[in-house]
Structure formats: structure tokens, C-alpha cells
Design a protein around this ligand. Structure first.
Ligand code: 0X9
Ligand code: ZN
Length: 473
């Protein structure tokens, strides 16, 4: 059953991707990110494709990592994961997408091949047909089409490659206001990408203005070197897929509505724990930690939100089998090291005024600290700005986000991104945003865009409130 739903969702993704590729081919050198929303949609749909399938309320009920025995929480989802294909990407490895021109007689041959099960027709409206051809059918389909005199164009040579979010980031990097760099590698050697959206120097209306030459942007960038910046982190916890989708939507909106980020550099790490994320697709949907092989233990993974060097070890576990395993020492993990170094670097060039870590679930906007209920510096200001977020997020969607201290509102914990930003970097406005919903990590696909939209509404209002200093101590 799960297999069926996944394949179906895969088809939806494929169709979206085909649209994207077509749009992208037309607009590759174009200035704005008109294609990006579709791409983000594709990424989201990809992320969504088995959330629906895995919509098991049993798995949903017990998955928050509040205790050392939380390793057991994944067992709720184990029955789901056992039925999942071992690797969704593998399933699409080597599959190609072709566009077949609408010519006399070709619908018949396509229909025959479709019925024979050697290809998949992704759309049914003219003037051309888009088909997915599995690797084992490539020569057979090619032979039959050539024999019938039917022309085709290979749109995608290897579908698996395109299904990765990295594809979107590569596309994004062609935008003149955007830089995408790798800030380091994960335990398994995957890149940790940082998206830097530079301040928009020319805005007309709410949308991106005509594009300036890249060197011009650079000059402005250096001149504005003392400008302030905001930092968004997503996907530190592998199973919290909605945070990755929301980060991609925020990037898209930020680039499109350039007036919002006029005075700030925006830095986004959309997937801070890539190994864990991939693992949630390939093995265990409810995986939380990174993919560290822990010495002397049968249990893998370090909780990257317990590994930062601020109050390390308070409200965390020293047992590798725990879902909140802090690691052998603070910053033992390459993922947290990379994030730390990049945050230091950004902070030294353009002071971080806001750090927002996207997580799920709970609909909570949490401010530090997690190890104590004693108020952190600037607590009243953080509460005020937090309330601005909550008010604006609620307007369009009705979703309520409660603004509270993380130790009182959630539970005691430490070694997290937010507390480190507050305690070490002294960033004034620091939050962890627990996204939709209030019961589960597993959201239906129809929740993805509204969640991104409400977060955008809230974040935009926050950024506007911060430019220039509108909030006093
Ligand atoms: O436990 C966490 O790391 C976060 N919750 S989650 O369900 N996404 O795992 C909350 C972190 C809040 N921040 C601090 N306690 N510092
Ligand atoms: Zn989390």
C-alpha cells in the first residue's frame, strides 16, 4: 500500500519537475526566480511524498525526544519503514524523462509501450508527451520510437539527480543576489549548503527588480559590509522535513520580494543534517540524529541540537542509544563545527541580529535558554518580536504559535543552536520555531505551502520590525 502511494506521489513530483525543467530551460539566464516556486514545489512535493503515505497516527503520537528512552520512539514508525522501498532515489536512478513530439501515429506507439509497461506517460495533453523511461527500457523505447520515425528529446538524463534538493540550490545559485556555498561536509561526506541572499539594492514594488550585473552587486555587498544579517537553520533534526521545505520557501520568497531583505544579509542553511535527512528517506522515517557511527556502541547518531558548546551536557544524554545523545564532546560533529564556523564568520562580517532555527513540531516560538528558566539577555525584546511573528503568522492561516521560553514551554535541554547563538555569539534575537502541527512530524502534503506561507508572513513582519531599530530594549 505504501509502495503504491509513494510511486503515485513520485509521479506527481515527476510532473512538477518536468514543468520546472521546461520553464527552466526557457528562463535559465533570466533574472528572476520565476521558476523557483515550481522548483520549491517540486522539492516540497518530494518531501511530502511519503508523509502522506506514512500518515500513521501511532507513529505520530510518541516521537518527540523528551527522554533518554526516546530511541524507542522510532519503533512506532518502524512498521511503516519496513514497507517502504529501500531507497526512493535508487528507485529513480538512471530513469530518464523524454519529450516526444506529437506527430502522426506516435500516440499509438506510445500507448503500446505504455500498456506493455516499459514506460510511464507523465502528461496527457498536447502538443507533446512527456514520458519517464526506466533504465532497462531505454534501448527498447529508443528502438521502437526510431522505427516508427518518432522524434524525442531527452529532458532529464538521470532523474534521481534532479530529485535532490541540491538541484534547486544549483539553480538558485544562478540568481545575481544569491550565493550558494558549502560550509563543510557531514559525517558521510555530504555538503552542508549555505544560501546567502544579499541585500537588495534596487527594488520596485514588492518584487525583484531588474537584475544588476553580478560585479555591481558585489561592490554593493562590500560597501554594505557592516550591514546586519539574519541566520536561518533548518533540518538539523532529520525527520523534521517540514523545516527543510519551509526554508526553501523562505529562500524563494526572500529572493522574490526583495524589499523585505533590503537592508539585511540573509543566510540560510536549508539542510543542516543531510545524512540524517537521506536516512529518513532510505531507512527510517523517524530518524532524528546525524549518522555518526558511535565507537563502542551499537547505536548510531549524535543529536546535533545537543552538541553545541554552551551548557553542554545539561538536559542531554551521554548514552549513544538516546535520541538526545550529546556526543563524546561538544562540537564533536562536523555538522555543528561547520555551522559554528560559518556563524562566527558571518557574525564578524555583518552582525547577526536574528537567529532562527526551524524545527517541528508543536507550533511554538521558543526563546532561550533551555538549560534554565532564568531569563536570558533581552528577554523582553525577544518576547515582543516573537509576538510580532505570532500575530502575523496567524492572520492568513489562523495558526496559533505560542511564544515562550524553551525551558518552561517545552523541556530542559542544552547544547542547542539557539542557546549557543545567545550565550556565545550574544545575538539579540534568537528563537527555535517548532512548526506545524501540534501532534506529529508527519504532515500531509497540503500542509506544506500554508506552513511556509504563515512562517513567511511572520518572518517578514519580524524583519520589517527590525529595520531600522524599531524595537527598543
Ligand atoms: O529538543 C529540541 O532540540 C527541540 N525540540 S524538537 O522537538 N524539534 O527536537 C527544542 C529546542 C529548544 N531549544 C533549546 N532547548 N535550547
Ligand atoms: Zn527538532
Amino acid at each position: 500500500m505504501l509502495m503504491g502511494s509513494c510511486l503515485q506521489c513520485g509521479s506527481v513530483t515527476l510532473m512538477l519537475l518536468v514543468t520546472v525543467i521546461t520553464v527552466d530551460a526557457r528562463t535559465l539566464a533570466a533574472s528572476d526566480t520565476g521558476a523557483a516556486s515550481d522548483i520549491a514545489a517540486a522539492s516540497d512535493t518530494e518531501a511530502a511524498s511519503d508523509t502522506g503515505a506514512a500518515g500513521d497516527t501511532e507513529a505520530a503520537s510518541d516521537t518527540r525526544a523528551t527522554s533518554d528512552t526516546a530511541a524507542a520512539s522510532d519503533t512506532g514508525a518502524a512498521s511503516d519503514t519496513e514497507q517502504l522501498p529501500t531507497n526512493n532515489y535508487q528507485y529513480l536512478d538512471g530513469h530518464q524523462v523524454w519529450r516526444v513530439e506529437e506527430e502522426e501515429g506516435n500516440t499509438t506507439i506510445l500507448q503500446q509501450l505504455h500498456v506493455a509497461g516499459v514506460l510511464d506517460v507523465l502528461d496527457h495533453s498536447g502538443p507533446s508527451r512527456t514520458i519517464r523511461v526506466p533504465p532497462e527500457s531505454l534501448s527498447e523505447v529508443n528502438y521502437n520510437l526510431q522505427n516508427a520515425g518518432v522524434h524525442y528529446l531527452v529532458l532529464i538524463h538521470d532523474l534521481a539527480t534532479y530529485l535532490r534538493i541540491e538541484w534547486y540550490l544549483r539553480h538558485l545559485a544562478t540568481h545575481p543576489r544569491v550565493e550558494v556555498t558549502s560550509i563543510g561536509k557531514s559525517v558521510e561526506g555530504r555538503n552542508i549548503w549555505l544560501v546567502h541572499i544579499m541585500p537588495a539594492t534596487t527594488c520596485r514594488g514588492g518584487r525583484s527588480a531588474a537584475v544588476m550585473p553580478r560585479h555591481h552587486q558585489r561592490q554593493k555587498h562590500y560597501r554594505a559590509a557592516k550591514a546586519r544579517s539574519i541566520w536561518l537553520e533548518a533540518g538539523l533534526h532529520a525527520r523534521e522535513w517540514i523545516s527543510v521545505s519551509v526554508a526553501l520557501q523562505l529562500i524563494h520568497n526572500m529572493v522574490r520580494e526583495c524589499s523585505v531583505g533590503r537592508a539585511v544579509h540573509v543566510y540560510v542553511v536549508p539542510m543542516a543534517n543531510p545524512d540524517g535527512y537521506v536516512y529518513t528517506w532510505t531507512h527510517q522515517r523517524m530518524w532524528r540524529k546525524n549518522r555518526r557511527r558511535n565507537h563502542g556502541s551499537n547505536c548510531d547518531g549524535v543529536d546535533l541540537n545537543r552538541n553545541w558548546d554552551f551548557q553542554f551536557g545539561v538536559g542531554a544524554s551521554s548514552s549513544p542509544c538516546s535520541e538526545i545523545y550529546q556526543g563524546p564532546s561538544s562540537f564533536s560533529e562536523p555538522e555543528t563545527q561547520s555551522l559554528r564556523d560559518a556563524m562566527h564568520q558571518v557574525n564578524s562580517v555583518s552582525k547577526l541580529m536574528l537567529v532562527l532555527a526551524l524545527h517541528s513540531y508543536g507550533q511554538l516560538l521558543l526563546y532561550p535558554f533551555g538549560h534554565t528558566t532564568e531569563p536570558a539577555p533581552h528577554t523582553p525584546a525577544m518576547r515582543r518580536l516573537g509576538n510580532i511573528f505570532a500575530q502575523h503568522a496567524k492572520v492568513g492561516s489562523g495558526t496559533v504559535y505560542d511564544v515562550m521560553n524553551s525551558a518552561t514551554g517545552l523541556y530542559f535541554s542544552s547544547g542547542s543552536t539557539d542557546d549557543w547563538a545567545k550565550g556565545v555569539l550574544n545575538t539579540k534575537f534568537v528563537y527555535t520555531l517548532e512548526l506545524r502541527n501540534k501532534v506529529t512530524f508527519l504532515l500531509n502534503a497540503d500542509q506544506i505551502f500554508p506552513t511556509g506561507q504563515e512562517v513567511w508572513d511572520g518572518l517578514r513582519a519580524m524583519i520589517e520590525a527590525l529595520t531600522p531599530e524599531k524595537l527598543s530594549e
